[in-house]
Design a protein around this ligand. Structure first.
Ligand code: ATP
Ligand code: MG
Length: 737
């Protein structure tokens, strides 16, 4: 029986995709045509109508966030009409799924129990160490370049032994470094991101019984955003699907935006060659955007060559014109955008329905500043990555080292964090001894102390560090993950270290550490040891923004992070040559086409309103530059665009000449400062010993005022809190009579 609920609200082509017979299927369709929705419906259809157990389905998404959202949607639908849940469903990113498989088959994959994941920073650090061991010059072999070299080869499935033919001397040396790096990873029992995939692939290749087991198990494999899979991911899919080829892939060649990271849009063509009998379904009706937005996006992407070709259409409304704002400079641009966001909010649009998209991460800073200034709640997706923050990574490194004494990457990270006076010379001695004795760094420390091989001062510092970790390990034995984390943060001295600094940044770091404890306390591991899972979760999540999806915040993100999402109103900023398209892509060719696809992705995120902005001048690397509008603007049909005039409301203070720029940054929340508009009088209006109120910390007494203009700082002793330094410009203080 076909469950009608599943098939409601889908068009004929979508229905065809959802109910397609098992076997290779490719849904090739433009933005907003319902690909993700079809994938979800297909999964539900398989369970409810085809009676396929959720445990027999493997679904792959592009981000962990997308996986979580998808799981929720599926859960909702299944629970309505069946007893099925999603706990047995394998749903995640390629990396997440590979990790799960490797944890289950650790020994077969040639890894040691409790292997750890190296994130990108850890990997760079380890490469640096390998270079030191080989006595090679970092300037000639920059770790970042080597990291790229190693990861790219892994993404293509190549081990160092296979690289010897026809490569230049640099590459030859790089492939030796790759070998040494692999050996080090093996000794330390760590795997990097690319290794997760390669290991899993090799595991299946080598172990036919295991492969057969999973081929039997996964009767259906569903993949979203297929256009951004790399060579190895494709091979893995093919291997797992086996001769039955039960692959259900959805993708859009026009949205391939990760070529720079090894994604292969050719996989779409390759699939059609490898599975000539695959069913090809095209969806061209768009349900997301207005006709105007679609016409503009279609016109833009038509300029690219080698497309598989499709035109989106909609039966929905034409919608208003795409608005284009020519800003005087980057501050004006930010001011305009924030004023518009506020206007939309007062008109009743929830903030989560508004997004500001930009090409480079650094562009968020000014927007953030302006949003903060105006008290507009916002969230940066993919920018302020929680698990990438220094203090979070430090605390996790302690946890790892306390559990896995051989984790040298963690040792390197925290040996002097907070500073404990272990000098460079001592560290070099520790490293050299570890090298010659093939022992982990922490064990080497212990040995050097016991053998009195260090100066008394060094021995005291190193000895203290060793016993700190010993104590942690002993105390951890009976504690749950949350308590362990709390203990680590306290005993490591991280907490005291940040608490002793009284600026806002340190306060934020403390809050992050608190949040980390929250994260461990609320973490539910899927199976096995919670610590291993949590550490892996942290490493895997670091690549994505954290955030509470339910809070009503304006969404800030890079264009890359916006993939798959949709918003009522979208602001695409910084449309200037050299910024977008990016400097690297200016010469044309494939790089430029990828930038154009990125622009297409950005525009097609908008449901109803799309606003494009660019600045005439922009400060880049400290220099004021005259900018040229992006060529992408010129590629949009003029009749669909409408210039926006600067309104007085945001002009004031924002449209200033660069040499007046200081004034714009004067404190806004202090009434006297606003009326006089100069930093000096802002300071003058506050007096030492005066009373102020802060929206979070409450009332307090001013104990110090320092600095000028945007840097002016104020120190307040809060009655209900401690004494804090605040940036006057951001602090939202009001004076209390
Ligand atoms: P992208 O390429 O950006 O990932 P997509 O092809 O995955 O887009 P979806 O996100 O699945 O598209 O769908 C876009 C929007 O259209 C969603 O809000 C979805 O709920 C809606 N939608 C899709 N199909 C239909 C339909 N048949 N009827 C009504 N709404 C639909
Ligand atoms: Mg999608």
């Amino acid at each position: 029986m076909i469950d009608m609920a599943v098939l409601q609200e889908i068009n004929e082509q979508q229905r065809q995709a959802v109910t397609a017979p098992a076997g290779p299927v490719l849904v090739l369709a433009g933005a907003g045509s319902g690909k993700t929705r079809v994938l979800v419906q297909r999964l539900v259809y398989l369970v409810l109508t085809e009676q396929i157990a959720p445990s027999a389905i493997l679904a792959v998404t592009f981000t962990n966030k997308a996986a979580a959202e998808m799981r929720e949607r599926i859960e909702n639908q299944l629970s309505k009409t069946s007893h099925h849940g999603t706990s047995d469903l394998w749903l995640g990113t390629f990396h997440g799924i590979a990790h799960r498989l490797l944890r289950r088959h650790t020994a077969e994959a040639g890894l040691g129990a409790g292997f750890q994941i190296l994130d990108s920073d850890d990997q760079a650090r380890l490469i640096r160490r390998v270079l030191r061991n080989l006595e090679l010059d970092e300037r000639r072999y920059p770790p970042k370049d080597l990291q790229h070299f190693i990861n790219r080869h892994k993404d293509e499935g190549r081990r160092p032994g296979t690289l010897n033919d026809g490569i230049d001397p640099w590459q030859l040396q790089a492939s030796r470094i790759y070998t040494a790096y692999e050996n080090t990873c093996r000794t330390l029992n760590v795997v990097d991101f690319a290794e997760l995939l390669l290991r899993t692939y090799e595991l299946f290749q080598k172990n036919s019984a295991l492969l057969e087991h999973y081929r039997e198990r996964f009767q259906h494999i569903l993949v979203d955003e297929f256009q951004d899979t790399n060579a190895l991911q494709y091979n893995m899919l093919q291997l797992l699907a086996g001769p039955r080829g039960r692959l259900f892939l959805v993708g859009d060649d026009d949205q391939s935006i990760y070529g720079w990271r090894g994604a292969r849009v050719e996989n779409l063509q390759r699939f059609r060659q490898d599975y000539p009998r695959a069913e090809l379904i095209r969806l061209e009706q768009n349900y997301r955007s207005t006709a105007t937005i679609l016409q503009a996006a279609n016109a833009l992407i038509r300029r690219n060559s080698g497309r598989l070709g499709k035109e989106l259409w909609t039966s929905g409304p034409q919608g208003g014109a795409i608005r284009v704002y020519q800003a005087y400079n980057e501050r004006d641009e930010a001011a305009f955008v924030v004023a518009e966001l506020q206007r939309l909010y007062t008109q009743g649009l929830p903030r989560r329905q508004m997004a500001v998209l930009y090409r480079s991460n650094a562009q968020s800073r000014l927007l953030e500043e302006r949003l903060l200034e105006h008290n507009v709640p916002y969230r940066v997706y993919g920018g302020m990555r929680f698990f990438e923050r220094t203090e979070v990574k430090d605390a996790l490194a302690y946890l790892r080292l306390a559990t896995y004494a051989a984790d040298d990457a963690s040792f390197e990270r925290i040996v002097n964090v907070p500073p404990r006076g272990i000098g460079n010379q001592t560290l070099e001695l520790i490293r050299a001894t570890a090298r010659t004795t093939a022992q982990p760094l922490l064990a080497t420390c212990r040995r050097l102390v016991e053998e009195h091989a260090l100066s008394p001062r060094a021995a005291a510092a190193v000895g203290q560090f060793v016993s700190l970790l010993d104590t942690m390990r002993q105390r951890h034995a009976d504690l749950d993950l949350g308590d362990r984390m709390a203990l680590v943060i306290r005993d490591s001295g991280l907490e005291a270290h940040y608490a002793a600094q009284s600026d806002e940044r340190a306060a934020t770091r403390l809050e992050n550490l608190g949040e980390l404890v929250n994260a461990t306390r609320t973490y539910c591991p899927p199976e096995g040891d919670p610590l291993d899972h949590f550490l892996a979760h942290a490493a895997l999540e670091a690549g994505e923004g954290q955030g509470d999806a339910w809070e009503d915040c304006v969404q800030l993100m890079t264009l890359h992070a916006a993939k798959g999402l949709e918003f009522h109103a979208v602001f695409l900023v910084g449309l200037e040559e050299g910024l977008f398209p990016h400097q690297r892509a200016m010469e044309g060719g494939e790089m430029l086409e990828e930038e154009r696809r990125l622009c297409y992705v950005g525009m097609t995120r908008a449901q109803c309103q799309l606003t494009l902005a660019y600045a005439e001048q922009r400060r880049i690397n400290g220099l004021e530059r005259i900018m040229t509008p992006s060529r992408f603007l010129g590629e949009l049909p003029e009749q669909l665009l409408e210039p926006v005039r600067a309104a007085a409301s945001w002009q004031r203070g924002a449209r200033t000449r660069p040499n007046q720029g200081q004034q714009q940054s004067t404190p806004r929340a202090m009434p006297p400062a606003r009326s006089s508009g100069s930093p000096a009088s802002a300071k003058g209006s506050l007096r030492l010993g005066g009373q102020v109120r802060h929206p979070v910390f409450g009332e307090g007494t001013v104990t110090s005022i320092e600095g000028h203009g945007p840097d002016a700082r104020i120190r307040v002793r809060f009655h209900q809190d401690k004494e804090r330094w605040l940036l006057l410009r951001l602090a939202k203080l009001t004076t209390v009579a």
